[in-house]
Design a protein around this ligand. Structure first.
Ligand SMILES: Nc1ncnc2c1ncn2[C@@H]1O[C@H](COP(=O)(O)OP(=O)(O)OP(=O)(O)O)[C@@H](O)[C@H]1O
Length: 608
């Protein structure tokens, strides 16, 4: 049902990501972790591989300490032992590398699989949502959810998760080794920990803002470029090139500035972190050097400490870096979770009536129908219309009179608010949607063609429909000759939305679809509006063929399209104001007659 005016639009609900309540965040995390559960053994193996790789890496400085303190400094001069230590050092490097390799591959495997499944289920979920949802939800943001948000989840599983376990474990291992080597020096090093963390977090939050600014400006630039490319003919026709160039330059410059600022901040942060690292080494060398001087610790211990303190910075830097990704993941998870929890407003009845398709006669009854997209603003008012099986009804009226809405209600893209619509006496709300959509064939002003072969476009990728049936259908509507003139005939690949074909050719292909799927009821919504008079004749004769024996509803601005209809209804502001065949309506000398006279003067009618 249409939502109340004051209710928040789903798009707003989903984009208001910075107001995620902690309850929602937890729920989104829980929902998304369900997808990770089947991979728990992979994650466990990743954990073990990481622990082994880190241990192998961190034991290397300890080996050097043994070589210094237990061999070199005490003048043992045992070259054999030194060689063994070097061999173990090399062996540890190989072990570290091997386990890192497994850990990375396993994690990528799990992450890609999880995200692949989420993307598939998201697409399936979106395709089940009702038309009212698509009215309120711009396509652009849906594309973002299916592509970018799922990609952010991928980063979570492959980068954030990895960083949390790898860098977290590295820090813990380094601290344990430091305390094992010398507790006093270890406590001194611990003093650095909060200072490093505070600086890193402060910098990171500033960097996040610069990053977001860059992304926003980039998406603005991309949106502007895409819009301009799509409307280039209009820009050239109205000589707007100079003005658009100026707009582009403004956006481009502001993106460039944001980008440079981000890069400057990044370099400054990384170099400051290096400086802090060197300061820590100097601090430890001074404290540790004094301890070595007073024989409180061995030289090898100081060497190992200095190496560990250097390694200390990398995981902290990496964890703070992943903190940003974690925040965007939270936003993406929340948005995806909200999308997943949206339910279709139009659903099949608890016990839908099963209607065998061959038995459908095609009688349609609109019984005192009332409908509006928004609460309190009706678009159709108490409309009563009864159509006999096989009858051809022409529908005309002013722009916004409610003609297309009437058809959307019959297809049950929306539900009526009052009254009912019945097909052969059964309320459309009681017919399973799958059956209803097989009963009704819809041809619109801009027929939608997919990128793919002509044959697949006619049979809508349903492989159970044979080539012969498609060819028969195309021959039937008069499209065969034009298809055979194409380079690969029926296997000709169409580009996106069939952009290589003329409007008439696209329309003929969509008629062939109707013949293939054999719906009992046919709706043509302005199907001939974009055609020149020659192509219109072609399509018109195809329409005659296709509509024979089917209940047909034709919405047309061009009266020539519907003059032959059994009955014509004239609509105005959601009501039927006149009804009859062409001749009867002319005799009435009412609104239809005015439209007719107008159409004699001008070939196409605009707003009435
Ligand atoms: N998806 C929608 N959401 C909200 N309002 C809508 C929607 N579709 C149509 N309307 C409104 O409903 C009214 C009827 O629109 P409808 O498209 O049914 O008219 P129409 O007679 O088919 O017009 P046209 O001849 O211009 O196609 C219009 O005021 C229109 O603005």
């Amino acid at each position: 049902m249409p939502k109340e005016n004051n209710e928040r639009r789903p798009e707003e609900e989903i984009s208001s990501s910075y107001q995620i309540s902690s309850e929602n965040r937890r729920a989104a995390f829980r929902a998304m972790l369900v997808y990770a559960r089947p991979h728990r053994f992979t994650f466990l193996t990743v954990f073990i591989c990481t622990a082994l790789a880190i241990s192998a890496d961190l034991l290397q400085p300890y080996l050097v300490k043994i070589a210094i303190d237990n061999n070199l400094l005490i003048g043992k001069n045992d070259f054999g032992e030194l060689l063994v230590i070097c061999g173990i050092y090399f062996g540890l490097s190989v072990i570290g590398l091997t386990f890192t390799y497994f850990q990375n591959n396993l994690l990528q495997f799990a992450g890609q699989n999880i995200v692949g499944r989420i993307r598939k289920e998201l697409f399936e979920h979106i395709s089940k949502l009702s038309m009212s949802f698509f009215d309120r939800f711009p396509n652009g943001s849906l594309v973002t959810h299916v592509s970018s948000d799922t990609e952010t989840l991928n980063q979570f599983f492959t980068q954030v998760f990895l960083s949390l376990i790898r860098d977290g474990m590295t820090l813990v291992f380094i601290i344990v080794l430091m305390f094992h080597l010398d507790p006093t020096l270890a406590w001194y090093s611990m003093l650095l920990l909060p200072i490093i963390a505070a600086i890193a977090i402060g910098f990171r939050s500033y960097m996040r803002k610069t990053y977001q600014l860059t992304r926003t400006r980039l998406s603005r630039l991309i949106a502007f470029t895409a819009e301009n490319l799509a409307g280039m003919n209009l820009i050239q026709a109205f000589h707007q090139e100079k003005r658009q160039e100026q707009y582009f330059t403004d956006r481009n410059t502001s993106y460039l500035e944001a980008n440079l600022r981000e890069i400057r901040t990044n370099v400054f942060f990384n170099r400051s972190f290096d400086l802090l690292g060197n300061l820590s080494v100097a601090f430890l060398t001074w404290i540790g050097g004094r301890a070595v001087f007073h024989h409180e610790i061995e030289f090898g211990v100081l060497y190992a400490f200095i190496t560990y303190i250097r390694q200390f910075f990398q995981p902290i830097n990496s964890i703070t870096q992943q903190w940003n990704t974690l925040q965007s993941t939270t936003v993406s998870m929340d948005r995806l979770w909200r999308l997943f929890s949206m339910q279709p407003e139009i659903r099949d009845a608890g016990q839908p009536k099963s209607i065998p398709l061959p038995e459908v006669k095609g009688r349609i009854d609109y019984n005192h129908v009332q409908f509006g997209y928004a609460e309190g603003i009706p678009v159709i008012h108490d409309l009563d219309l009864h159509i006999r099986p096989g009858e051809m009804i022409g529908i005309v009226g002013t722009t916004g009179a409610g003609k297309s809405s009437l058809m959307s209600l019959l297809c049950r893209f929306y539900d009526v608010q009052k009254g009912s619509i019945r097909i052969d006496g059964t309320d459309v709300r009681e017919i399973p949607q799958a059956t209803l959509h097989r009963m009704i064939g819809l041809v619109q002003q801009e027929p939608f063609l997919y990128s793919g072969s002509i044959i697949d476009n006619v049979r809508l990728f349903d492989e159970s429909i044979s080539h012969e049936k498609v060819i028969q259908a195309c021959t039937f509507v008069g499209a065969d000759a034009l298809i055979m003139r194409m380079k690969d005939g029926y296997d000709t690949k169409l580009s996106e939305r069939g952009s290589g074909l003329s409007a008439g050719e696209r329309q003929l292909i969509s008629f062939a679809r109707i013949v293939v799927f054999e719906p009992r009821i046919l709706i043509l919504d302005e199907a001939t509006a974009n055609l020149d008079s020659h192509t219109e004749q072609l399509v018109q004769s195809a329409l005659q063929i296709v509509s024979a024996g089917r209940t047909t509803l034709v919405i047309a601005h061009r009266l020539s399209t519907i003059m032959q209809a059994d009955r014509i209804i004239v609509m105005r502001q959601g009501r039927i104001v006149e009804e009859g065949n062409h001749q009867q309506l002319l005799e009435k000398q009412g609104y239809y007659e005015q439209l007719y006279k107008h159409s004699q003067g001008k070939p196409a009618l605009g707003a009435g």
